[in-house]
Design a protein around this ligand. Structure first.
Ligand code: AMP
Ligand code: ZN
Length: 112
C-alpha cells in the first residue's frame, strides 16, 4: 500500500519528530498553518476519522490523552486547536488518520 504517512512511520521519508512510541507518531507539519503545527498519527494505518469504530476507537483516546503534553512540549502555552479532515469535502489530502494540532498564537475561526 502506498501511504505517505506509513512511509514516514517506516522512516522511508524523513520527518521532524516531536514524539514517538509503539502506538503513535507526532511530527511537525511540512506546511504549517499556524505558528506551531504538528500532526499526530496512529502507527496502525486507518484511512481517516470516518473509519473509527467501537473496535478500533481506543487509539483515538490514546492520542487525545497524549496531546496536552505534546502541545506543551511544542510550546503551546495558551491553548491550541485539534482538527481532523475527512475525505474530499473535508479537505483530507493524506488518507491516513491524522490529527492536526495548531497553536502558538490566537487562531481565527475558519470554515472551509
Ligand atoms: P490533510 O490535508 O488534513 O490530509 O493534512 C495532511 C497534512 O500533511 C497537510 O497539512 C500537509 O502539509 C502535511 N504533510 C504532507 N506531507 C508531509 C510531510 N512529508 N511531512 C510533514 N507533513 C506533511
Ligand atoms: Zn498509512
Amino acid at each position: 500500500m502506498d501511504c505517505l504517512f506509513c512511509s514516514i512511520i517506516e522512516g522511508k521519508i524523513p520527518s521532524k519528530k516531536l514524539y514517538e512510541d509503539d502506538k503513535i507518531l507526532a511530527f511537525y507539519d511540512i506546511q504549517p498553518q499556524a505558528p506551531i503545527h504538528f500532526l499526530v498519527i496512529p502507527k496502525e494505518h486507518l484511512d481517516g476519522a470516518d473509519c473509527i469504530t467501537q473496535a478500533n476507537a481506543e487509539i483515538v483516546s490514546y492520542i487525545f490523552s497524549k496531546i496536552p503534553a505534546l502541545a506543551k512540549e511544542a510550546g503551546m502555552t495558551n491553548g491550541y486547536r485539534v482538527v481532523t479532515n475527512v475525505l474530499e469535502d473535508g479537505g483530507q489530502s493524506v488518507r491516513h488518520l491524522h490529527f492536526h494540532v495548531l497553536g502558538g498564537g490566537k487562531l481565527n475561526v475558519v470554515f472551509g
